[in-house]
Design a protein around this ligand. Structure first.
Ligand SMILES: [Zn+2]
Length: 413
């Protein structure tokens, strides 16, 4: 049961219940290129209500409006004020789900139960996140690692926290479901939240890619649907990479700032040297890491989804645009670094130039290879290095692993 302090107040509920809920178009939430920072904390609550209403789930599952208001306000309250894994992130992930479902007309293939579970899953998928990843829980032997073990530690906690909120008085938005619908809903919700663990994503994506590419994917097979739902969850969780450049870049900076906080603690409390993405002394490497992140993880996923539904094209276009920008930053960093090394050299430019040329020409080659959707290379695990999993804040990593090209992402648990 939630403590009094973790529950929203009656005044807040009454105010929200009486509030006018703007249309999707007024809130801008019907756009793939939604600005993650455009709504304030309260507007994100009313926008959540609008999404639930528009998807028809309030009517379909007879969700009591006051209970829905209370549940949303309490969910918001149970996100912490960390740089990235906060209420705004949860809302943005749910907006991404909303626009994917409505634009790609997944309503035609997904059941109402699946849609409700996915939306609730998005809003709850990072509940009570503390700004440190699963590996950190394991390394520090945190209370969460002791409670849930070291596999998908945080995701189990987010799910349990979601259940705790639902079970608190006046918060059960599933109260009017039949007992069969209810147990099905909780199963779907658990799958949705646990699937945001990237370790699980890597275990499942190969099959999904194969099914999509071979044309064997079938909505009639529950196993295929389950994998599809988990792919949707990841696509929404990582959705910031598809947003307009200024938004996408700002989100990347927030993720980085949260990672650096963790890196600082690894250094001071655990006496470890953090991996590049957690190390503020290596902040200049961000553009290069972003390129690896896009090529190894994001692009293959959105391209597979695009293959399933052409209406998702704006997401892939968004990634391509952002990739270009990160590459420009990467090149300008390399040129600056090259210039500064050259100016210190007795033989200006000579050696450094050739070495940077080699580096820059390597990047597009790598990208081409990983972004292919045509053959078995599509989504190949060997393209993804450990560092990518670290970037996702979901799995253990260290510098040695990050430099080990041969180690596959899912080979390490
Ligand atoms: Zn998340």
């Amino acid at each position: 049961m939630l403590s009094y302090h973790a529950t929203c107040s009656k005044v807040e509920v009454d105010r929200l219940k009486a509030a006018k809920i703007p249309l999707s178009s007024e809130l801008g939430i019907d756009e793939f290129h939604f600005n993650d920072f455009s709504l304030d904390n309260d507007a994100m609550i009313t926008a959540s209500l609008r999404m639930f209403l528009e998807l028809g789930v309030v009517q379909k599952f007879k969700i009591d409006y006051e209970v829905l208001c209370r549940w949303l306000l309490t969910v918001r309250k149970n996100y912490r004020t960390v740089a990235y894994h906060n209420w705004r992130h949860a809302f943005n992930v749910s907006q991404c789900m909303f626009v994917m479902i409505t634009t790609a007309t997944f309503q035609d293939v997904l059941s109402d139960s699946e849609i409700l579970a996915l939306m609730v899953g998005c809003l709850c998928h990072d509940l009570d996140h503390r700004g440190t990843n699963n590996a950190f829980q394991a390394k520090t032997g945190s209370a969460l690692a002791l409670l849930y073990g070291t596999s998908a530690t945080l995701e189990h906690h987010h799910f349990n926290h979601a259940v705790m909120i639902l079970q608190s008085e006046g918060h059960n938005i599933f109260a009017n479901l039949s007992s069969k619908e209810y147990s099905n809903m909780m199963q779907l919700l658990k799958q949705a939240i646990l699937s945001t663990d990237l370790t699980l994503h890597f275990e499942r994506r190969t099959k999904f890619f194969e099914h999509v590419l071979s044309g064997e994917f079938s909505w009639a097979v529950e196993g295929h649907r389950e994998v599809f739902r988990s792919m949707l969850m990841t696509a929404c969780d990582l959705g910031a990479v598809t947003r307009p450049w200024e938004v996408s870049k700002q989100v990347a900076e927030l993720v980085t700032s949260e990672f650096f906080e963790q890196g600082d603690r690894e250094r001071s409390e655990l006496k470890l040297t953090p991996a590049a993405i957690f190390d503020r002394n290596r902040k200049d490497e961000l553009p290069a890491l972003q390129l690896e992140w896009i090529d190894g993880i994001c692009k293959p996923l959105y391209q597979a989804l695009l293959k399933l539904n052409r209406k998702l094209k704006p997401m892939v276009d968004g990634i391509d645009g952002n990739r270009k920008k990160w590459q420009e930053l990467c090149l300008s960093y390399q040129q600056t670094r090259g210039a500064s090394v050259s100016s210190q050299s007795n033989d200006p430019g000579q050696n450094t130039k050739s070495s940077y040329d080699a580096e820059t020409s390597e990047l597009p080659k790598k990208a081409e290879k990983t972004a292919q959707v045509k053959n078995t290379e599509f989504g190949s695990k060997s393209d993804c290095r450990e560092v990518l999993r670290c970037r996702a804040n979901k799995e253990a990593c260290n510098d040695k692993a990050a430099s080990d090209e041969n180690k596959t992402l899912s080979g390490r648990k």
